[in-house]
Each structure stands twice: as C-alpha cells, then as structure tokens.
Design a protein around this ligand. Structure first.
Ligand code: XLS
Ligand code: CA
Ligand code: CA
Length: 437
C-alpha cells in the first residue's frame, strides 16, 4: 500500500535546481567540519503533526483527509505505520518521534491501551529492521485525556498520579523495545492556573518523585536512552513548571536529577518564554545539558505555539552555530515538531514543508560552519574579553584578586576605558555570511 504515490524519492539537486520536490542545500553526504550533514543534523519526523493532525482548529473542522483516514481504530494505526516508513524513505530522513497515543488508539482501560500499543510496536519494529530507520525519541501523552485535567506527575489526585506512572512505565518499555535514542518528558499539564487551589511545592516534589521512579525503572529494564525534559513556559497551563532551560536546570539540581537528564529544546517554546532559541541552547550547553532540538518557529504577531516549519535562516544559522560550538547534538537530533498550516492541506505539502525545514537547517549549518572556520564571531568575542588575559583581569580569573586589590587597582587606574560593542556592524556581517553560502 502506498500513501504518497505521486511523489518519488527527494534528491539533492543543488542551488541551481528549481524542482520544488528536491533539496537545494541538504546534501546528506556533504562533509561540513569533519562530519556529514546527515550526522550533524539527525533529522526526525514528528508523527503527531505528520500522521495525526488534520487541520482542525478551534474555529473549523479538519481540512486534511489522508489515505489512512479511510480506516478506523487499529487499522488506521497500522496504515499510519506504513505511511510513516514510506514518508521517511522518500524524504531520506533517518529518525522519527512519537507519543504513545499517536501510534495506537487509547483503549477504555490501561490494559486495552497497552494491548493496542503492543500490536503497533511489533509492526514498527519490523519496519525499522527492514528500513534502518530509527526512533529519535518516544514519549507518553499525559495531557490530552480528561483524567489529566489537573496534571499527571503533578496531579492533585493520587489515582491519576498512579495512572501516569503506569503509562510512563509502558512508555519506557516501548522505548526499550524500539531502541529509542532518547526518551522525552514534556509536562503538558504539569503546571497550574491559580495558586488559590494549588500546593506548588508539593506538586514539584511529586514530579521529582516520578522522575526518580522513571530512572529506577529504566535501569531495571536496561533502557539506556538519554532522558530529556522539554521546557515550555505556558500553554496549555498558565504557569508550566518547566518554564525554560534555566528553570528546568534549577529544578533538576534541587532534586538530585541533573546527572540523569538533558534538555530537549524547542524554538517556539523559547520564544514563548521571551527568549531566542539560541539563548535556550546556550543556557543548556554551558550547563552540560544540551540534549536534542525540536525545530519549528513561531509567528511574531501571534502569542501562541504555532509550530511552523523553520524557514528563518537567521535562526537556523544561530541555532547550528550554538550546536557546533557545543560540540554537536550527540544522541539528540533535529526533530520537526512543526505542522503544515491549515490551508496547506495537500499531501504534497507535507513533503514541501519538510524540504523547506531541512534545507533551512542545512543552509544554517553551512553558514554556522563558515562563521566558525573563519573565526568571525570568535575573534570578536575573544577581543571583547581580552583584558581578562593579563594584569588585573588575569588576577580575577585565577582567583588571586580580592576586593582590596580591585580597590587598589581602581584608585590608580583613572579614567576607565570602555569600547563599543559594535552590534549593528556584526549583524550585517552575519547577513553577509548567510547569503554567501
Ligand atoms: C507541545 C510539545 C510536545 C512535545 C512532546 O507543545 O512541543 O509536542 O514535544 O510531548
Ligand atoms: Ca516539542
Ligand atoms: Ca510546541
């Protein structure tokens, strides 16, 4: 069965090509700073946006009718598996990512849901073996079902908390069965609306308890995926506990969890938190916490998580610059947590959107590599901090300085000389690099 009959394998045709169904920048075999583009970028397709979304929004019904929609229940789930592997093959993407409920229908009991999962996971395992495609990460959806209305790991009701634990246990087993490289925790309902009915400290203690149980169980079953927490400041709850990189790192530190986790950072979540994506990545990287990326972009004029495909070259360049400077993405990858707009309802749009995202990231990677090879920004940064290389600056860095020695230095050093940061010039230099590759 084919779901994308009119589309062949997407090939790299280079900058001169005007074939919309071809890569202009993403050449998986091109070596950039010692690694192929495929190794640097480790692209993944997000199951939920690609195979589950149908274009419905709060104001209108589905606009997207796919080949798999002619089936129901488990048959539709099986059809989606076929579609996923055909899509990955045609797009030449090595990884995919899913929530439990994306791949198999929820039953009316936990046992029934798990039985459905077992059927689909066995089928996926076969497809993965045949195709060589891999699972970048899996996760469990503990936010859609009404039982999670007041949270899962931060639920106000112990029975709901127990259900979350049981669902998480199965998620870890599924990850192990499919050899997931990472396992993601995104706390969709782990937050609150009003403190008037919320015990924040207790909820956070409980969330940490759940994470400790997950670490123990993964160890018990020999599931060695990298655990990732995905910060988001708001939506669906008003105050999400894992607000941003810094907040999440502080939480992990407080509860003795830091060595067991890294972060899965998403561009649109960064902007919702009032940060750039590169700020979130740098914050993770300087704390040894950079795990994986959810690639997308928001809209400056809209205040919510629009999950658009990433096409902003300034952002993809600065993202890849941070990744390269951090030594790469490791076991993580670039997962397109992005959805085609409601008006882009044709099946071909799924390909065009991913091509746009992949080419934008490949372009960003090339520009970032040039920034590094030619030491364009490094030189500027080094020069700005050069006074810490000798004299009083070197004393500060080495720990020799005291407030008294700083005072003595300052009494003799008058006037102080400060220099311009030159950011307007530097931003134009960045543009020149992006448009030169
Ligand atoms: C929602 C999140 C979610 C996570 C996985 O905003 O991005 O999709 O990536 O649960
Ligand atoms: Ca995400
Ligand atoms: Ca999102």
């Amino acid at each position: 069965m084919t779901y994308f009959a009119n589309i062949g394998k997407i090939q790299f045709e280079g900058k001169g090509s005007n074939n919309p169904l071809a890569f202009k920048h993403y050449d998986p075999n091109q070596v950039v700073l010692g690694k192929t583009m495929e190794e640097h970028l480790r692209f993944a397709v997000a199951y939920w946006h690609t195979f589950n979304a149908n274009g419905a929004d709060p104001f209108g019904n589905a606009t997207m009718v796919r080949g798999w929609d002619k089936f129901d229940g488990l048959d539709r789930a099986k059809a989606r598996v076929e579609a996923n592997f055909e899509f990955l093959d045609k797009l030449n993407v090595p990884f995919f990512a899913f929530h439990d409920v994306d791949i198999a229908p929820e039953g009316s009991t936990l046992a029934e849901s798990n039985k459905n999962l077992d059927v689909i996971v066995a089928m996926m395992k076969d497809h993965m073996k045949q195709s060589g495609k891999k699972l970048l990460w899996n996760t469990v959806n503990m936010f859609s079902n009404p039982r999670f209305v007041h949270g899962a790991g931060t639920a106000v009701n112990a029975e709901v908390y127990a259900y979350a634990g049981a669902q998480l246990k199965k998620g870890l087993e599924v990850g192990k069965e499919l050899g997931a490289e990472n396992y993601v925790f995104w706390g969709g309902r782990e937050g609150y609306e009003t403190l008037l009915n919320t015990d924040m400290g207790f909820e956070l203690d409980n969330l940490a308890r759940l994470y400790h149980m997950a670490i123990a169980y993964a160890k018990e079953i020999g599931f060695d995926a990298q655990f990732l927490i995905e910060p988001k400041p708001k939506e669906p709850t008003k105050h999400q506990y894992d607000f941003d990189s810094a907040t999440t790192i502080a939480f992990l530190q407080k509860y003795g969890l830091k060595d067991h986790f890294k972060l899965n950072l998403e561009a649109n979540h960064a902007t919702l938190a009032g940060h750039t994506f590169e700020h979130e990545i740098r914050t993770a990287a300087i704390n040894g916490m950079l795990g994986s990326l959810d690639a997308n972009q928001g809209d400056l004029l809209l205040g919510w998580d629009t999950d658009e495909f990433p096409t902003d070259l300034y952002s993809t360049t600065l993202t890849m610059y941070e990744v390269l400077k951090a030594g790469g993405i490791g076991r993580g990858g670039v997962n397109f947590d992005a959805k085609v707009r409601r008006g882009s309802f044709e099946v071909e749009d799924l390909f065009l959107a991913h091509i746009a995202g992949m080419d934008s990231f490949a372009w960003g990677l090339k520009a970032a590599a040039k920034l590094i090879e030619e030491k364009i920004l490094d030189g500027i940064v080094e020069n700005r901090y050069r006074s810490f290389k000798e004299g009083i600056g070197a004393d500060i860095v080495s720990g020799k300085a005291t407030l008294a020695s700083l005072e003595q230095y300052t009494l003799q050093n008058n006037p102080i000389k400060v220099e311009s940061g030159r950011q307007e010039r530097i931003k134009l230099m960045l543009s020149e690099v992006i448009f030169s590759v």
